[in-house]
Ligand binder design. Sequence first.
Ligand SMILES: [Zn+2]
Length: 96
Amino acid sequence: MPSEDKAEAQQEKEFLQQLLDNGQIEGTAAGITRQVIARGESTLSDRQDWVFNNQVRSKYLLRVCDLCGELIPLSEVMPSMSNGGRCATCASIMGG
Ligand SMILES: [Zn+2]
């Protein structure tokens, strides 16, 4: 189980790095996201954690499909940004 947690954390870091590379996260939130990638969420202050929650976690890590209301897996979040906020299943139902 611990190795699974690590894999998940690794996937999250890679995803956050992707967001930074694509310019999705900017300003203060970008700096905070870099800190999360480098040192983990536990190193954030309350204020930083609040910003990360509002500008990154709720928008990307905990993104919910506009259509079915299900949590969108990390691997489908990027495509969802260009299809109106839908998960892959709903996107294919709606004809992509
Ligand atoms: Zn959906």
